[in-house]
Ligand binder design. Structure first.
Ligand SMILES: Cc1cc2nc3c(=O)[nH]c(=O)nc-3n(C[C@H](O)[C@H](O)[C@H](O)COP(=O)(O)OP(=O)(O)OC[C@H]3O[C@@H](n4cnc5c(N)ncnc54)[C@H](O)[C@@H]3O)c2cc1C
Length: 409
């Protein structure tokens, strides 16, 4: 990010005028939260709407507020971003398909990209002209992502990538992706990995959408069939991919659990309105679960503030990213249970013409994914156990062994 991005005190007039600019923009371009809740992720109209929205945001000077102007950002401060996020909480920004591009890939390009990579990719990423995805998980490597098998081998002035990824969110509409591949199998599993920028539209990249329980098709299998990319597409240093992957997972966990935009907006007000509409607001059990949800959402704000302050102070978020992510996934399930309690049987069987009813069922079915994406609840608990509580590490009989000497399926 630019050097002028430290939290700065804005004059009262400057702050007021920025607030008005943001509010005017959102009023003109977005629905209020609650007017539209869950939508299926594979809807092509949603992706087109997202690209248009982001282009408008970018043209208005409101995209990537604290990133450097040189690379397409608005060159403002983190304080501007905080103000924007605070106002945006009440609005549904149609930028869901950019969640990985901006929450994870953009900070990685900014932090690890060469000047040439930043010049080539950042502005298009910020303006929504390109959408990015993250390719880590494989059929044999999810929680143990460091054990992955996709290979990248050097051939002249190119890298050749071969292997399969899975659960790749948004690969079916992404233009580019950050892929982690094994560059030296003779090293222990964490040491022989590297990260690359890959063109997802290359004919040697095959993307096959997967159908989910929610009815959507938000993620995919991705096959690299000896895909050739230039040497300069290596992001960061050779065989340092694990450090980059950990950084990126941390951005992801912070985004899921402590992001300050609409992704982590308080949703209890929507349920309180729903309970009123359905005359369930005097039911003591429902009142209790709504109060519980409301309190836990306030706690999430404190956790989120702590993580964001830590990032603003220049620290890399450590296990607090796992605390935020675990808390976010527990909240998603609490919201699911509360919504099902309120809508009752309408959450499972509804009149076909009742367009509003389906969203609760879709939301209910999609909620479990939050406790898996970005590292499962169990994995977050392991990290918290080891790094916060000081419990012993999990035993690893192959610690220090070269990746190619470890038995695998
Ligand atoms: C909605 C969604 C979006 C996703 N998007 C992406 C994406 O864009 N890019 C990408 O690369 N991946 C993505 N993923 C994949 C996700 O990162 C993996 O699913 C996740 O890391 C778990 O890996 P796995 O599915 O292989 O499960 P496994 O690792 O096989 O785990 C199976 C079960 O075993 C438990 N377990 C595993 N190891 C341990 C352990 N050491 N201690 C205790 N319990 C353990 C797990 O908690 C889990 O319950 C996404 C997943 C979801 C649900």
């Amino acid at each position: 990010m630019s050097e002028d991005t430290e939290i700065a005190d804005l004059s009262a007039e400057a702050e007021q005028s920025f607030r008005e600019k943001v509010s005017d923009f959102l009023e003109k371009n977005c629905d209020r939260v609650g007017e539209s809740e869950a939508t299926l992720e594979d809807d092509p109209a949603r992706v087109a709407e997202c690209r248009n929205f982001q282009q408008e945001l970018f043209s208005s000077g409101l995209a990537a507020l604290s990133y450097s102007k040189e690379f397409g950002g608005a060159g403002l401060t983190k304080k501007h971003q905080e103000i924007f996020d605070q106002i945006a909480r009440d609005w549904r920004l149609p930028n869901g398909p950019l969640y990985i591009s901006h929450g994870m890939c953009l900070p990685m390009l900014d932090q690890y990209g060469t000047a040439k990579q930043k010049n080539t990719y950042m502005e298009d990423c910020i303006s929504g002209k390109t959408i990015w995805c993250q390719l880590f998980s494989e059929p044999g490597a999810g929680s143990d992502v460091a054990g992955l098998s996709t290979r990248a081998t050097k051939d002249g002035d190119e890298w050749v990538i071969s292997g399969q990824k899975v659960w790749t969110s948004g690969a079916h509409y992404a233009d580019l992706g950050l892929v982690v591949a094994r560059t030296d199998p003779s090293l222990p599993k964490h040491q022989g990995l590297s990260m690359f920028i890959v063109d997802l539209t290359d004919p040697d990249v095959e993307v096959r959408p997967l159908r989910q329980i929610s009815g959507g098709s938000g993620f995919n299998e991705v096959f690299f069939n000896e895909t050739r990319i230039p040497l300069e597409n290596l992001l960061g240093d050779l065989n340092q991919g694990w450090n980059l992957a950990v950084s990126m997972l941390m951005f992801e966990r912070v985004s899921i659990g402590a992001g300050s935009g609409s992704l982590t907006a308080d949703r209890s007000p929507v349920l309180i309105e729903l309970a009123k509409d359905l005359d369930k607001n005097s039911d003591p059990y429902i009142r209790q679960i709504l109060s519980d949800l409301w309190i836990r959402e306030k706690i999430r704000r404190f956790i989120g503030q702590r993580v964001r302050d830590s990032v603003a102070a220049g620290r890399v978020p450590g296990p607090e990213g796992s605390i935020a992510k675990l808390n976010g996934s527990l909240l998603a399930r609490l919201f699911r249970d509360a919504s099902m309690q309120i809508v009752g049987t309408n959450g499972q069987a509804w009149e076909i013409e009742d367009e509003d009813a389906e969203k609760w069922a879709v939301g209910c079915l999609a909620a479990s994914g939050v406790s898996i994406a970005g590292g499962t609840d169990e994995v977050q608990r392991n990290i918290i156990g080891e790094r916060v509580l000081g419990l012993p590490k999990e035993p690893d009989p192959y610690k220090g062994a070269s990746w190619d000497s470890v038995p695998r399926n």
